[in-house]
Write a protein that binds this ligand. Structure first.
Ligand code: BMA
Length: 918
């Protein structure tokens, strides 16, 4: 673990990635029963898996069957060589970018330090322990489960344990470790140990730039960019005298370069902060925008430091920055909404580059159960690409997970995904002993410095739900409310807030999510009702009422969490179990995977409220799975559209549903299954987050309000909304009315349309279809109101469906595009296309088909690249199938790409072979 590159006479830090050559060679259980090769970045579970000691972690019941791993202590050892040249360097530091979590480190049998926080970069001065030639590094990891228990005995903070249904471990709050690694309501417990991020010995002379923070503002037509450069040295309380240069590569090959002399003091850790300022004309850089609002130009910025006494020893750091401003506006809401109920309290919205933008998006949980895989580029690209594709502009990196690796934020910068970054405290009270606060301070400082320069990072939040948990006594803390409140304030307000605000004064630090924002602060940080809809952000879950009904949801200024569970598809389940008996709702397997204390009851109740499903149905389980996805999609569509509509009357300015992704094959709130398959909800998101949307809301009275939502910078001035009364048994409307429709840019408006769901004949036989025609609006999805529960509708017929799949000419190494043409002879609800033998993603799915012909695209593979519309489609169908669906429910069609591909290939060889001989 010592590999370094030499450049400009000074060893440069290696790129922030691991390398197998630096890997500890062996991993040993303390009892010496297992000895396997370990890798860095890595961890005990992945090393044991690779060594053949344990099986597929996510199969069957393996989460609990492998739990012994977390109860043991483990030792990693590595041999490495040090050259004379390296020894001659002034500074030799063992830098561990991620140690999970409690460990003791020895170099050549001498202790060099210990660790207790997986979110901290540890850097130990090891000069006196190294020698030329062979060296041995040993890292002894303590069982995190035992370490958490031991700390809890001294510093207990509620709750005692996670709910039994999580099948997890207790006292995660005692360790600075991914809180969900001890089990969560959507995930298994894998309390790992290991070096989950790269580890190096850094040899250098003089000084090293570790971080650069970027503080920008715009005055008239000029960007004022202040850089703070954090330089590490070995001189505690010394002085750093040298030169600092910053260079920005702007558009059209223009370069802005500023150089300054610096003379700054180093602190007790040997760190000095030097500053340099750039003034950049707006003519040479373009503005960065979130996805859907513009482009994401990023500009290279290089900072170089050299000390006076060693001009040849140069340290440099390269980052990419985006030019944009972000404000979180919390001001008197009556200014916008007048003296109304909605106008009470404060606004809560993001202004980007001076424009108030409604934030559409979701919540991000870790992309893998093991932290060492969090920077899998394939997975990060796949998930962020999927977010972009469905019109999301913000993701909340949730507080029970990780500060994600650099690659994640880099891609968010590139894709225009704004990040709401929680600090990593979730659903718990936390200890506040001196050791804990000390390590938290270092963690906050390091991570703010690491992430601060990213254009995508929009806001910091102190924790997930801990203000609400304390106020509402989730963990039985009421008898000790004052103690816990004092500790709460000590951690998030007295400790974390000043660090964040001093390092990153330009970004808002919210103490909790949800909270009443400024109002929580005015109320002493634990508000009477942290869910007050007049302030801040809100999390809202209601599993009892009818989630398909708009009228059950409270108004909010900003909804940062809401959602409903669905099961993963049977195809995804198959990657976890091959046992036929597991495929039942009440099987031991299904119960094991359902971590929500409410079990499957909430899903069942909601789907039978709306859809026809008898337990005697021989296809019961398959349908239960599929219907759970329909129900989830409808719930989240309803709630998301309500929030978007409420921009008009409540100034709701954000809808981030829970949750984007999954870490195993289990029922959860996610829209994307483990492995990448989209649930129906994720397809629906493309429409319910469409930039322009006609969105009806059925009120309890039966009246239907119709909203026009416009997330663009241009108004819709002379649009027409069509309201068609459809019957379930035919594809043509029985009545069509047109209404003029107009809406300002970046807003929603209730249109002057008066409808009632009960006034058109028999309301079980009809439904409403809404659409928009307006100049400049390429696509605005159909929207619908179903006056009665779908299980009670009358007239829906068994459809005949004809599908042809045509290969497109576009066929790259990234996958193949196909056009799917669908013809139906009657209305079809939630038509679902599947590709059982290939991974693929449709342009859209789960269709409510109300027109005879429909055309969508599918790309094989989960790559986040769209098929080009109408791109040289081959006219010979690749697959053609006719489906006569025998019941009146929701058809699923499997497109057999496997045999079609085989046929295509054999044709290819037959027709092409003669040419090889010619
Ligand atoms: C919220 C989240 C998570 C949880 C989700 C679903 O409370 O913050 O803790 O997984 O709800 O219950």
């Amino acid at each position: 673990m010592y590999k370094l590159n030499e450049k400009d006479g000074i060893p440069e830090p290696p790129p922030d990635r691991g390398s197998r050559s630096c890997a500890p060679r062996t991993l040993m259980e303390e009892t010496e029963l297992h000895m396997v090769e370990g890798v860095v970045p890595g961890g005990v579970y992945s090393d044991l898996r690779r060594g053949g000691i344990i099986g597929d972690l996510l199969a069957g019941f393996n989460d609990v069957l492998t739990r012994w791993v977390a109860y043991d202590n483990w030792t990693y050892t590595a041999d490495f060589n040090v050259s004379e040249e390296q020894m001659a360097c002034e500074i030799s530091r063992l830098t561990l970018h991620g140690v999970d979590t409690v460990a003791f480190i020895e170099l050549n049998d001498s202790p060099v330090g210990d660790t207790d926080n997986m979110f901290v970069r540890y850097s130990f001065d090891v000069k006196q322990h190294l020698k030329v030639g062979r060296n041995e590094l040993k890292i002894r990891f303590v069982s995190p489960v035992h370490a958490a228990n031991a700390r809890s005995a001294e510093h207990f903070a509620a709750p005692e344990c996670v709910p039994e249904e999580y099948r997890g471990e207790c006292h995660a709050n005692q360790l600075r470790k991914t809180q969900a690694s001890f089990g969560w309501d959507w995930g298994p417990a894998f309390p790992s140990v290991g070096l989950w991020r790269p580890a190096f010995i850094e040899f250098y002379n003089g000084a090293k730039i570790r971080d650069v923070t970027v503080h920008m503002g715009k005055v008239d037509s000029e960007w004022n960019v202040q850089l703070k450069v954090y330089i590490e040295t070995n001189q505690k309380h010394g002085q750093l005298v040298g030169h600092l240069a910053a260079q920005l590569d702007a558009d059209a090959d223009q370069r802005m370069r500023v150089a300054v002399d610096v003379a700054v003091d180093t602190d007790a850790d040997g760190v000095a902060v030097a500053e340099v300022e750039l003034k950049i004309s707006e003519n040479i850089v373009r503005t960065w925008w979130p996805n859907g609002y513009g482009d994401q130009p990023l500009y290279g910025l290089t900072v170089v430091y050299s000390a006076d006494e060693r001009p040849r020893d140069v340290s440099r750091k390269h980052i990419r920055i985006g030019f944009r401003t972000v404000e979180l506006v919390e001001e008197d809401a009556s200014k916008i909404l007048g003296n109304t109920t909605a106008g009470e309290g404060l606004t809560f919205y993001f202004k980007i580059n001076g424009y108030p933008l409604f934030m559409k998006g979701s919540n991000w949980i870790p992309s893998h159960v093991l932290p060492e895989f969090a920077d899998s580029r394939k997975t990060v690209d796949m998930l962020l690409g999927a977010a972009v594709e469905v019109n999301m502009a913000m993701l909340r990196v949730w507080g029970g997970g990780l500060y994600e690796p650099d690659y994640f934020y880099r891609r968010c910068d590139e894709l225009g995904i704004l990040v709401w970054q929680d600090f990593l405290f979730a659903c718990s009270m936390y200890p506040v002993d001196a050791d804990f606060l000390k390590t938290v301070s270092i963690e906050i400082e390091q991570n703010v410095l690491r992430l601060q320069h990213h254009a995508s990072v929009a806001v910091w939040a102190g924790n997930n739900e801990n203000e609400a948990a304390l106020r509402d006594n989730w963990y039985g803390t009421r008898p000790q409310f004052d103690r816990y409140k004092e500790e709460y304030v000590k951690l998030y307000v007295d400790t974390i807030k000043p660090i964040v605000e001093s390092l990153d004064p330009g970004r808002r630090y919210l103490v909790s999510s949800p909270s009443n924002g400024l109002q929580s602060e005015r109320d002493g940080y634990v508000a009477q009702n942290p869910y007050d809809s007049h302030y801040g952000d809100a999390h809202y879950y209601n599993y009892i009422a009818d989630g398909w009904d708009f009228n059950i949801y409270p108004m909010t200024r900003f909804s940062s969490e809401y959602g409903f569970q669905a099961l993963p598809s049977v195809a995804t389940m198959r990657t976890a179990t091959g046992n036929a008996e597991d495929y039942a709702v009440d099987s031991a397997y299904s119960q094991h995977r359902q971590h929500s204390p409410g079990g499957y009851g909430y899903i069942r109740n909601l789907l039978v409220r709306h859809l026809k499903l008898e337990e005697s149905d021989p296809e019961y389980f398959n349908k239960f799975v599929f219907y759970s996805q329909i129900s989830q999609a409808m719930v989240v569509k309803t709630e998301s559209e309500l929030y978007r509509q409420s921009q008009a009357d409540w100034h709701t300015m954000g809808a981030l549903y829970w949750q984007l992704n999954d870490i195993w094959q289990a029922p959860s709130w996610s829209g994307i299954e483990y492995g990448g398959k989209w649930k129906m909800m994720h397809y629906f998101a493309k429409s319910f987050f469409a930039p322009v949307l006609v969105s009806p809301r059925k009120l309890s009275s039966g009246d239907i309000d119709v909203y026009l939502i416009n997330d663009r910078f241009v108004p819709i001035s002379q649009g027409t909304v069509s309201v068609e009364i459809m019957q379930w048994d035919r594809l043509s409307p029985i009545k069509t009315d047109s209404y003029p429709a107009a809406v300002e840019p970046l807003s929603a408006k209730k249109l002057d349309i008066h409808l009632n769901a009960l006034t058109y004949g028999h309301n079980a036989s009809i439904f409403f279809r809404f659409s928009l025609k307006a100049e400049g609006v390429m696509k605005s999805p159909y929207n619908y109101v179903f006056p009665v529960a779908l299980k009670s509708i009358i007239g829906l017929r068994s459809p005949n469906i004809h599908v042809s799949v045509l290969p497109q000419v576009e066929n790259t190494s990234k996958g193949v595009c196909y056009t799917v043409e669908i013809q139906v002879d009657t209305v079809v609800l939630f038509l679902w296309l599947e590709t059982p033998n290939v991974n693929g993603r449709f342009e859209d799915n789960g269709f409510v088909v109300t027109q005879p012909n429909l055309r969508v695209y599918i790309r094989t593979g989960f790559r986040p690249r769209l098929c080009l519309r109408g791109h040289g489609t081959n006219s010979i169908p690749f697959i053609t199938t006719d489906h006569a669906v025998n019941d009146d429910t929701y058809p699923r069609l499997a497109l057999d790409f496997d045999s079609a591909l085989a046929k295509l290939l054999s044709n290819y060889f037959v027709t092409k072979r003669p040419r090889f001989h010619s």
